[in-house]
Design a protein around this ligand. Structure first.
Ligand code: HEM
Length: 556
């Protein structure tokens, strides 16, 4: 996700030392009995993990034999939920009190970004309004209208990869930016695009303003009242400067589109549809402001997320040639001779994508094996709550350890194995024919904060995947050692780079055409699937193996 999201990270702040307390006592606050293990480590200064913290939290959870662990960062109580049942029971079933966001005083208040959807309080009526706008503009029905554009950009991505596989990240980033700017504002990006520069500048400022642990005001909000002229209040003057700049930057694409609409030259898009709805009603100034913030969230939400997932997909294909070939056979069955024919692909019927169940299984397995948001985004509890005998205080920051659930061997046997067969229609002899739960129910967040871009994200990913696999074969360089799969640490995560080879697909080397099982056409907007029953997590020795030290940062 765009670094604007870092404001949430900043809200709980990276501090090298913290007081770390595991809650064991029933219905008490902090009067916890000392004990040898699993009961209390009070006043002990612990270093919070800065690399792959999700693994450390999962290990702590195992060491203390409890899915719910808790610690303090300065004056903030943080609770990490490490099991499917804890996450479902709190963030979903008690969503009415678990859907707020932690407060970032520097970003939300001093820089004036408190209205951004990622940051706004769930109690603010604006949050509901944003969700309605995004549901309308990104739901299944709306996404269907964007398919030709998504297809065109996905074909361009595959062609770019073939031309220059060394620039994988650049190609994927360009694809994501091109799709989202067109969808949000009807704007076509160019090389060295000024709008992308605007978005990048806003992203950088947001990153600085939300830098974890940097701003004292995030922990002592009282100092926000210090006048900006006061000696030592440079941070506030800086914040005000950023506020003005961010306000200007967020106006740029909106005003550009307004100009296009006035001259009747605009392309139909998310914002234009909302500003000029069918039926000819006019929107109020207040509504237009909400639309502008919601459209701004599209670039922020889509930015790093789909990029991370597509990058992980490409690298996993290089590591798993059999999976790749099976997907290519399925695509060939659905698209016939269009496989590998770059020119024809642009004209092919995009709705065919729904007839690719194995590709969809790969998508799910990519999101499970290499989760984009290992810790989702932090939530905030709005009133005291009691859970399994623990008192969780109002204001606590709640973190869902999505990684722990998606690597729980009780839910996903052999969790460190990349195997799309987990989610594919059962046909393999060795497969036990039991479907494993759909990982998207965890990968896209929870409760009233669940990702509103889920359907759009899955569609853009599927289009990128089908275009890449119908034109390219991805592999490792000949005689290169098999690389160890490592992950980046951050709000979003992806598989770290290693050399890959991208070649045009060779149909003569390809297996004979097989028929693809037809799946039903995409349904109309439907509610998220029911969650699977929660299963306890068994101990898993691999879970405890820490990766080699890497560069990285942690948002906690
Ligand atoms: C693979 C792609 C994506 C993944 C894995 C993903 C995941 C997430 C997660 C984990 C959250 C936080 C949920 C929570 O707090 O419980 C989130 C929030 C959000 N996402 Fe996504 N996302 C993806 C793509 C997108 C796209 C394409 C868009 C928009 C076009 C988008 C827009 C948003 C917005 C606006 C929010 C904030 C919702 C709120 O706070 O109410 N996301 N996403």
């Amino acid at each position: 996700m765009h670094s604007m999201i870092l404001s949430l990270a900043g809200a709980i702040s990276l501090i090298t030392f913290c007081h770390f307390i595991i809650r064991r006592a029933k219905h008490t606050r902090l009067q916890l009995p000392p004990g040898p293990r699993g009961s209390l480590i009070f006043g002990v200064k612990q270093i919070l993990p800065t690399i792959e913290p999700w693994k450390t939290y999962a290990r702590w959870s195992e060491e203390f034999n409890d899915a719910v662990i808790s610690f303090r960062v300065y004056n903030r109580r943080v609770v990490v939920l490490n099991s499917a049942s804890a996450i479902t029971e709190l963030l979903e079933e008690r969503a009415n009190i678990y859907s707020d966001r932690p407060m970032s005083w520097m970003y939300n208040v001093i820089c004036g970004r408190g209205k951004a959807i990622f940051n706004i309080s769930s109690g603010d009526p604006r949050h509901k309004q944003y969700r309605r706008i995004l549901q309308k503009g990104l739901g299944m029905r709306a996404t269907r209208d964007y398919l030709p554009l998504i297809q065109q950009e996905s074909a361009r991505l595959a062609a770019g990869l073939l031309q220059n596989p060394g620039e994988l990240t650049t190609h994927v980033q360009r694809n994501s930016a091109a799709v989202i700017m067109k969808v949000a504002f009807g704007y076509t990006i160019t090389d060295d695009d000024p709008f992308i520069k605007v978005a990048e500048e806003a992203s950088k400022i947001s990153g600085w303003a939300t830098q974890p642990g940097r701003w004292l005001v995030d922990h002592h909000p009282i100092i926000r009242f210090i006048p900006s002229w006061f000696p030592g209040a440079g941070w506030k003057r800086q914040g005000f400067e950023w506020r003005a700049r961010l306000r200007y930057l967020s106006e740029v694409p909106h005003q550009w589109l307004r100009g296009q609409m006035n001259s009747g030259t605009h392309a139909d898009c998310f914002t234009s549809r909302l500003l000029a709805p069918e039926g000819g009603q006019t929107v109020s100034v207040e509504e237009e402001d909400a639309i502008k913030w919601a459209a701004g969230a599209l670039y922020a939400g889509a930015g790093d997320t789909t990029v991370s997932a597509i990058i992980s997909f490409i690298r996993l294909m290089a590591l798993h040639p059999k999976v790749q070939m099976k997907a290519q056979a399925e695509i060939r069955a659905a698209f016939g001779d269009a496989l590998g024919a770059a020119d024809k692909k642009e004209d092919s019927d995009p709705s065919q994508i729904s007839r690719l169940p194995y590709l969809q299984a790969i998508l799910k397995e990519v999101l499970r094996f290499a989760p984009v948001g290992n810790l989702a985004l932090p939530h905030r509890l709005t009133e005291d709550d009691v859970y399994r005998g623990y008192l969780i205080p109002k204001g606590a920051t709640i973190i869902a350890n999505v990684w722990a659930v998606l690597h729980d061997p009780a839910i996903y046997p052999e969790p460190y194995k990349f195997s799309p067969e987990r989610f594919a229609p059962c046909e393999e002899e060795h497969h036990d024919h039991t479907h494993q739960p759909d990982p998207t129910q965890w990968a896209f967040g929870f409760g009233k904060r669940a990702c509103p871009g889920e359907h759009f994200a899955e569609t853009t990913m599927l289009f990128a995947m089908v275009n890449i696999l119908s034109r390219c074969t991805i592999s490792l360089p000949k005689e290169a050692p098999i690389p160890v799969v490592e992950f980046t640490t951050g709000i979003t995560s992806h598989i770290k780079g290693f050399p890959i080879v991208v070649e045009p697909i060779r149909l003569d080397e390809f297996p004979p055409l097989v028929s693809a099982p037809a799946s039903p056409p995409p349904a109309e907007d439907k509610p998220r699937p029911a969650r699977v029953p929660c299963v306890p997590r068994e101990s898993d020795p691999i879970r405890n193996q820490d990766p080699p030290p890497q560069d990285g940062w942690c948002w906690l």
